[in-house]
Design a protein around this ligand. Structure first.
Ligand code: BG6
Length: 482
C-alpha cells in the first residue's frame, strides 16, 4: 500500500456523481484501511454550505448499515471549500486550505506527496477548472494526478479540442480518464481469462468464433436526467465508451507485458483496426410509455424536447479488420427502459466441423458483468441417464456460489485505488479516446444531420420490433432447439 501523504480534492462535491459514487468509494477505501495514512479530502463546489451540511450530503448514499463510528472518523478527514469554477481568488483559497491541512498534519513538504484533483463535473466547466488548478493550485513539488469523467467531448473534433486543452495543462501521465466499466470485476477479469488459460486463447479468433455480442440492458429509463441525456443519447452515453472499452479488451492481442502502457498500446492497436460503423448496420430505438400509463415514455419527460430523435436504444454491428477477426461480426447493443438489468459478453463459437451429431447448437462462452458476476460455457452433454439424446448444459462459474465470502468492490473504489497507486492500466489514454470517436463520429453525424428517426419500443420490452431478427440476419445464425 502506498502511504505517501495525500490530498484529494473532489470538484463538483455537491453533485450527483460525487454523492453516489466518489464519496461512497472513498469511504469504502477508508474503511478497508486502503487510503494512505495521512489522507485529507476536500470537497469543492459552488454551493455555499457549512462543513456539516457538506458531510450530510457526502454520506447521503452510504450503505445504511455502515458503521457510525467509521463514518465519523472518515468525516474527520473531509473538509469543504465553496467557490466558483473560474475565479482565481477562489482557487487560491483552495490552495491555502491544502497547505493548511498539510501543516496541520505535520507533513514535511520536501517529501513526496500526492495531490489528486478529481473532477466530478459537467463537461462545460472541465477546462475552466483544469486551467484554474494549473494556475492557482498545482504544486510542482508533488505528484499531481487529475481524474476526469466522461463525457470527453461530443464527437471526434470536440474530443480532440478537449484533449488539446487538457494536454496543454497536464502531462498525459498526470491524467486519469475514468471509464468505470474498466473497474468492474468481470471486465478486469477478461485479460486473466484470456491470457492465463491455454484453452481460451487457443480458439480466440475467426477460425473458431462465429460472432461476439456485447449487451448492456437497463430496466429503467432516463427519468430525472432526460434533459442531460438528450444531448448525448445512448451511443455517446454507453457505447462509445463502456462497450467499446470492453470490446477492445476482448479483441486485443496479448500485450507485451502487464504494464499500463503495453496494455493500452494493445487496446489502441485493435481499436485502429475497427471500421467506422455504418448506418445500415445500426438499429436505433426510443422508448414509449406503457399502454396502462404505468411507465412514462422518453419524451414524456418535460426536460426532453417533444421532437427529440435521441436514441435510448441502439444495436450496431462492428467489424475488426485484422487477421484475427476478419469476417467475425461484433454486435453491440445498449438500451434504457428494457426488460431486464444485464451486461454481458457472449462469444458464440462456430459449428462443430465434421460433427458426428446432427443439428448441434453452438457453444458459447458468456461473461456476465452484471447483475451477477459469472462466467459460463454452454456445453453440449449427453442427457444424463439411459437416454442417448443430447442436452445443452453449462460449465458454470457463478461468483456468488464459488466466492461467497468475497465482497466485490464497486468499480469506483477500485479505480480510485489505482489513481492513488499511479496505475493507469484501467484508464483511457488519449489515443484510445481518439480512436473511439473516430469509429462512432460519422454515424453520429449522419443520424443527426439526416434526422434519422429511432424506432419506438415499449418501456419494459426487449427493444424495437425485429431486435433479434436484426442480429440473426447479420450473424447468420438461427438458434436450433438444442
Ligand atoms: C453511465 C451512464 O456511464 O453508466 C448511465 O451515463 C448508465 O446512463 C451507467 O446508467 C451504467 O453504469 P452501471 O455501473 O450501473 O452499469
Amino acid at each position: 500500500k502506498n502511504d505517501m501523504p495525500t490530498t484529494i480534492v473532489v470538484f463538483g462535491a455537491s453533485g450527483d456523481l460525487a454523492k453516489k459514487k466518489t464519496f461512497p468509494a472513498l469511504f469504502h477505501l477508508f474503511e478497508q484501511n486502503l487510503l494512505p495514512k495521512r489522507t485529507r479530502i476536500i470537497g469543492y463546489a459552488r454551493t455555499h454550505m457549512t462543513v456539516e451540511d457538506f458531510h450530510k450530503r457526502a454520506t447521503s448514499h452510504f450503505n445504511p448499515q455502515a458503521d457510525k463510528s467509521s463514518i465519523d472518523k472518515f468525516l474527520g478527514i473531509c473538509e469543504y471549500v465553496s467557490g466558483k469554477y473560474d475565479v482565481d481568488e477562489d482557487f487560491q483559497r483552495l490552495r491555502s486550505e491544502i497547505d493548511r491541512l498539510e501543516q496541520e498534519s505535520n507533513i514535511d513538504t520536501s517529501c513526496e506527496r500526492i495531490h489528486v484533483y478529481y473532477m466530478a463535473l459537467p463537461p462545460s466547466v472541465f477546462v475552466d477548472v483544469a486551467t484554474q488548478i494549473k494556475n492557482n493550485v498545482y504544486d510542482e513539488s508533488c505528484t499531481n494526478r487529475v481524474v476526469i469523467e466522461k463525457p470527453f467531448g461530443h464527437d471526434l473534433e470536440s474530443s480532440r479540442q478537449l484533449s488539446k486543452d487538457i494536454g496543454g495543462l497536464f502531462e498525459e501521465s498526470e491524467v486519469f480518464r475514468i471509464d468505470h466499466y474498466l473497474g468492474k470485476e468481470m471486465v478486469k477479469n477478461i485479460m486473466t481469462l484470456r491470457f492465463a488459460n491455454v484453452f481460451y486463447e487457443a480458439v480466440w479468433d475467426r477460425h473458431y468464433i462465429s460472432n461476439i455480442q456485447i449487451t448492456f440492458k437497463e430496466p429503467f429509463g432516463t427519468e430525472g436526467r432526460g434533459g442531460y441525456f438528450d444531448q448525448f443519447g445512448i451511443i455517446r452515453d454507453v457505447m462509445q465508451n463502456h462497450l467499446l472499452q470492453v470490446l477492445s479488451i476482448v479483441a486485443m492481442n496479448q500485450p507485451k507485458s502487464l504494464s499500463a502502457e503495453d496494455i493500452r498500446d494493445s487496446k489502441t492497436e485493435v481499436l485502429k483496426r475497427i471500421l467506422p460503423i455504418q448506418l445500415e448496420d445500426t438499429m436505433l430505438g426510443q422508448y414509449v410509455g406503457t399502454s396502462d400509463g404505468g411507465k412514462p415514455g422518453y419524451k414524456d419527460d418535460d426536460t426532453v424536447p417533444k421532437d427529440s430523435i435521441t436514441p435510448t436504444f441502439a444495436q450496431c454491428v462492428m467489424h475488426v479488420d485484422n487477421d484475427r477477426w476478419r469476417g467475425v461480426p461484433w454486435v453491440i447493443k445498449a438500451g434504457k427502459a428494457l426488460d431486464e438489468a444485464k451486461m454481458l459478453i457472449r462469444i458464440q463459437f462456430k459449428d462443430m466441423p465434421n460433427s458426428l451429431f446432427p443439428n448441434l447448437a453452438r457453444n458459447e462462452l458468456v461473461i456476465q458483468v452484471s447483475p451477477k458476476e459469472s462466467v459460463y460455457i454452454k456445453t453440449i452433454v449427453k442427457e444424463p441417464g439411459l437416454s442417448t439424446n443430447l442436452a445443452m448444459s453449462e460449465l458454470d462459474l457463478t461468483y456468488k456460489t464459488r466466492y461467497h465470502d468475497i465482497k466485490i468492490p464497486d468499480a469506483y473504489a477500485t479505480l480510485i485505488l489505482d489513481v492513488l497507486n499511479g496505475d493507469h492500466s484501467n484508464f483511457v489514454r488519449s489515443d484510445e479516446l481518439d480512436e473511439a470517436w473516430r469509429i462512432f463520429t460519422p454515424l453520429l453525424h449522419q443520424i443527426e444531420n439526416d434526422r434519422v428517426k429511432p424506432l419506438p419500443y415499449k418501456y419494459g420490452s426487449s427493444g424495437p420490433e425485429g431486435v433479434y431478427q436484426f442480429v440473426e440476419d447479420r450473424v447468420g445464425y438461427k438458434r436450433t432447439g438444442l
